[in-house]
Design a protein around this ligand. Structure first.
Ligand code: AGP
Length: 615
């Protein structure tokens, strides 16, 4: 939920920290701060607001130094203000910390420290942690790394931390449980961050700390990694990152979200590449092959996810039940993990997560795993916690998704889930060979079809966006596999334009929502000419009869809907089960343009963060 950056090397820390924070602002931007050690003293600056505010106060201030830590915050404990911003400093002024996560037992620790004479400036759990480290350090007369380790063995919760010592300008201690932390290695220079984007331009050698690990960085020395619980040294695995800096820049687009919408032909192509061999009539997915028996013999498949990823799971429910003929349940991870679900070893759990760090989804699979279920992860970030917690998985190769509103990750998730269903269904014998081959061919056409569907980003789209930019409510209707697309379209609109929007199964209109319809209510209706087309037309007539404004997502040549709708946006035809990969595109663009017209911050909507790593 927050972003942390650290640097220990030969260069100046400040520019690396500031640029790194900007790369991580999508993780939270309530406040920002940094601390830099210049060899004699530590100067630290922190400010409510975005990184640009921090830059403003640091502009003319001294900031030399080659050791530093930095933080951009999404507030959990204590409102967004200067004093609650990170870094936090221990009472003596010796230790500085930045922290991403939540210390759940901070109140009891705070009371104990108060009894020992500590006072606190902020409301944060992080300030408690840095004083606990100091208290143990002073009492135990031990090294900083041992004091950090002892403190972390007393806390419950999730954390990724960087700690520096006023008395030692040549070291940094980092540690993580539940929140991500990756270390960049560059010939003795060390970078630390919540993900690799802050140091990608400097090095592609990265160590993803495992849950329950800490590392001690000494200037110019070899990286040392230990287990927090038992202080056992472990050999770190050095990843060679494949991301490029261009992937995380805007590339000429006004917003990351628009760039990522336009990247979907490539991100789907990359996601299918090496897996969909349409010419050979094959799907190659090692994770599925290794766990084919688990899928074949599963009593049911349970999909756990949050937000947009949950919508991808709903799409997958239709696809799996049609092609694999195994019961599928789709669960909000946050509900699943607390309702004491009935799980056994014949269950397969599919966890869907772009970030691979969503706390509720991670907790849900840990619960299911503890009850013997098989966990299959569909994530976008290599080395992420959910990916590592899963028995097997398939990555969506969508590339870094910087915009908080998920777009290309969603369609990449649907593409992976479709591949999975086709492969399992075919190997289970449910899918006749001809139908299987037809699906493979149709799926191979999707990247080019998305390319053509993007042409809907035209004056017609802009006219619709202008006409409805100031409304207060929107309804989205869809049937079958496009019902989850209606939900996704509504979520896109509300999370970036702040307009209230609801998605509904089109047939549900008669059971209440139709009372909302009047001349002020725009209704997006996904009308694809497949199984339930006539019924969708009837729903459109019901809306029309009550003067609702209809924005229809139609196939080319659909004259019937054109007569009914106030606006039409064309989407090429494909198999019904594949249509969400196309019908989602205009809904992403519509929400984007409306949000821009409303002057909203499209890439960093208010109150949101890209990765919800707290519960
Ligand atoms: C989607 O636009 C939102 N940013 C949000 O709902 C997101 O999908 C959700 O938080 C799940 O994130 P994850 O895919 O990283 O687990």
């Amino acid at each position: 939920m927050c972003g942390i950056v650290g640097y220990l090397g030969e260069g100046q820390a400040y520019p690396i920290l500031i640029k790194g924070l900007k790369r991580l602002e999508y993780r939270g931007y309530d406040s920002a701060g940094l601390a830099i050690h210049n060899g004699e003293s530590v100067r630290f600056y922190k400010k409510k607001g975005k990184v640009a505010k921090l830059e403003g106060i640091a502009e003319d201030a001294p900031k030399e130094g080659s050791l530093g830590i930095a933080h951009t915050r999404w507030a959990t404990h204590g409102e967004p203000n200067d004093v609650n911003s990170h870094p936090h400093v221990s009472q003596s002024g010796r230790f500085f910390i930045v922290h991403n996560g939540i210390i759940e037992n901070f109140s009891s620790i705070k009371e104990a420290l108060k009894m020992r004479g500590y006072t606190f400036q902020s409301e944060t759990d992080t300030e408690v942690l840095v004083n606990l480290i100091e208290d143990i350090f002073e009492e135990g007369n031990m090294s900083l790394e041992r004091a950090v380790q002892a403190a972390l063995n007393q806390v419950n919760g999730a954390y990724a931390i960087c700690v520096i010592d006023l008395h030692n300008p040549d070291m940094m201690v980092v540690a993580r449980i539940g929140s991500p932390l990756v270390i960049g290695l560059d010939n003795g220079n060390y970078f630390v961050a919540s993900d690799a984007t802050p140091f990608l331009e400097y090095t592609k050698q990265a160590v993803y700390l495992e849950d329950g690990e800490m590392a001690v960085l000494h200037r110019g020395s070899k990286l040392q990694v230990f287990t927090i619980a038992s202080n056992v040294e472990v050999e770190p695995y050095v990843h060679q990152l494949t991301m490029d800096i261009a992937d995380i820049e805007k590339g000429g687009y006004e917003h990351f979200m628009l760039k990522e919408i336009y990247e979907q032909p490539r991100s789907i192509h990359d996601t299918l590449r090496g897996r969909l061999l349409a010419e050979e009539g094959k799907i190659v997915m090692r994770g599925i092959t290794e766990y084919q028996h688990k899928f074949q013999n599963a009593d049911r498949i349970i999909i756990v996810a949050c937000g947009t990823s949950w919508h991808a799971g709903l799409v997958a429910e239709y696809i799996f039940e049609e092609l694999v003929r195994i019961p599928v349940e789709v669960e909000y991870a946050s509900e699943f993990r607390y309702r004491n679900p009935v799980i056994n070893e014949r269950d397969v759990i599919i966890a869907i997560s772009q970030s691979g760090e969503t706390a509720d989804t991670l907790a849900a699979i840990k619960l299911a795993k503890s009850k013997g279920a098989t966990i299959f992860g569909v994530c976008n970030i290599v080395g992420s916690s959910i990916a590592r917690e899963s028995h097997a998985g398939a990555f969506t190769h969508a590339g870094p998704e910087i915009g908080v509103a998920s777009t290309k990750a969603f369609t990449a998730q649907v593409a992976v889930l479709t591949l999975m269903a086709l492969k399992i269904g075919q190997e289970k014998g449910n899918l006749p060979k001809t139908q299987y081959l037809e699906y493979l061919h149709a799926l191979s056409q999707i990247p080019q079809q998305i390319e053509r569907v993007l042409a809907c980003n035209d004056e017609n789209m802009m006219k619709i966006a202008h006409e409805y930019a100031d409304v207060s409510n929107f309804l989205y209707l869809g049937r079958g596999v496009n019902f989850p697309v209606a939900l996704e379209g509504a979520l896109k609109l509300k999370e970036i334009s702040y307009i209230h929007a609801e998605g509904y199964p089109a047939a549900e209109m008669k059971h209440g929502p139709i009372a909302l319809i009047d001349e002020n209510m725009p209704v997006v209706i996904i009308a694809q000419q497949n199984a339930n087309y006539e019924k969708v037309v009837s729903n459109a007539q019901e809306v029309k009869a009550r003067k609702g404004k209809i924005i229809a997502i139609v196939n080319p040549g659909d004259e019937e809907m054109r007569k009914l709708a106030d606006h039409c946006i064309e989407v090429e035809k494909t198999y019904e089960l594949l249509s969400p990969l196309l019908t989602t595109i205009p809904l992403q663009l519509l929400s984007y343009h409306i949000a821009v017209l409303r002057g909203c911050n499209v890439d960093q909507p208010r109150n949101l963060a890209k990765s919800v790593t707290v519960e």
